[in-house]
Design a protein around this ligand. Sequence first.
Ligand SMILES: [Mn+2]
Length: 398
Amino acid sequence: MNVKNMDLAAERIRQSVEKGEQVVLYGDSDLDGVSSVVIIKESIENLLSLLPDERKKDYPKILAYFPQRQSEGYGLNDKALAFIKTQTKGGLLITLDCGITNYDEVADAKQSGFSVIIVDHHLPIGGRLPVADIVIDPKQPGDDFLFKEYANAGLAFKLAEEILKEKMSPMLRQNFLELTALATIADMMPETDENQTFIFEGLADIENSRRPAIQALRNLLRGEIFNSTRDLVSKINGLLNSSRMENHITFAYTYLTEPDIIKAKKMAKELLQEHESRQKEVYSLTENIKAVISESPGTPFIFMGSANWNIEFLGAVASRVSNFFDKPVFLYQKYDDFSRGTVRVPKGYDAVKAMETCKELLRTFGGHPPAAGFTVVNKNLEKFEACLKKYFNNLNLE
Ligand SMILES: [Mn+2]
């Protein structure tokens, strides 16, 4: 018993390797998406390495694409597809950590000659699925597999196991599990069932990681004292949380797939510097918001935004503010016509459910109960706030 369609997707991916078909890996740009892309890319490369030499050379290079959150939003989008079409005429498009709500875009990709596999762990809206060839999502209707709370990297790992079967060496398995553990923690998935195993096994030997990127970070952090492997992991995850992109590729992806330890060490230093300046931004914004909120206590939730705030930092800020006041927090960056926001809520609340009650007012929304995001046209901002107020007031009465 496995998550639905794992076997079908693995078979389809093995076929594409057999045929020398172009593969496009389209991942969300956070650590979970990036780790998922790395795992599938390296699984395919592993299969390729077993092919005879004369066949290897005509194999098209795997294309990876990550949408930039600020300019492209979340998930598949038209601009991205247009770019991908300039790079390749059809092939196998695999979305990772996104795609499950991209109805139009998936249909468009299909029409343009792509086969589409969706690997996503987000909730399909109203149970409706895009017209992909194969959908892996434990939350899709008809998936009877009991555990549903995998990070997307957990799904990618299970798919890698199906793709490679006995060809997966213990070393490669350990290598993939490391990324799966980091992503499961970064995505704040519940640490139960198989997630617990992934984290336990993935972190067991992280100090001796074979991946140059992880080695380089461990090296760079030698001077720091960590009370536990968990502390080390939060630091590593924080450093990998860079928003730098080049040619539709995240820096985290370039870094994690860098085979050369010398180059990886240089990149690790850049990550550390970036992280430090990001920390400063997050700290000052958090303190500003705390000061404003303390002047008006008593509200059931916090809803704030500004054109001067950078969405990039708002997730981290919202987490801190939510922890501090023990209240649901909605923070957004205001653009010309619409705003993009991020939500963090304390235990017992459900950010997605809250927004579902206001969905007519929103352009997009999605995520997980503790952490979610939305876009809303600016003329609906006040109505959205009022709608949330009603929801949270009613909730507190229960
Ligand atoms: Mn995810």
